[in-house]
Design a protein around this ligand. Sequence first.
Ligand SMILES: [Zn+2]
Length: 242
Amino acid sequence: MNGDKRWWENPVRMLRIDYAPDFSIIKDEDLEAVARNRKEDWGINCEWIVGTPGFSNKTHQTTFEAEGYEKYPGLEGFDYLRKYTPIAHKHGIRVIAYLNMHWFSYEFAADHPDWEQITANGERYGIVNPLYGNGTTFCINSGWREWAFSLMGEAMKTGIDGIFLDGPVVFHDCCYCSACQMDFISAYGRPIPHEDWHNPLWKAFLCFRENSLARFLSNAQQAVKRVNPEGVIFLNDGNWEP
Ligand SMILES: [Zn+2]
């Protein structure tokens, strides 16, 4: 702490280490030695640790105990966030959890048919444009919202200092799902138009998309602050206008 500044207002030196392709080997590490190494050899004061893996078809699974969520295989009986965070804190390292918010397997999506982003032609985004070659993405106006906010709250309950959201992203030619259509019609009285830069309603849709994302992020921040008013949140996202 420097003066009245909060920790994240001072220079942050942050490290992220993934254990791909099998994250479960983390449970066999000496976490005390891990934190000491990262503090003393890497000189970090903040660490970005995996709450949900950002790879393979496991991006909806958690490395920590989260009510209502599927645990990453191999980590049964081991709560990475609750176990590592107090050790990291003892070494002067703040902890931020990585949470995937944009890439989900077809299998997980099949369990939630109303959550996927839909293109103007009514197709599932991930079928037309397989994400990273394999997978799909969900809509910020769909029922997935509650899944996402609840996951953020569950992560914050572990005692971490904040979360990093990898997404969500409103992808090109999206979203025309039933939730978006309902919200758009209630705001503008007509269905979402197809792309046409001479159509004022198309421009209204661009604003609608940005406002939808702003609303999602505002609700995400609330989900964090409800558990810890000092909690921080930041994200990787695309297509923001100035
Ligand atoms: Zn939608």
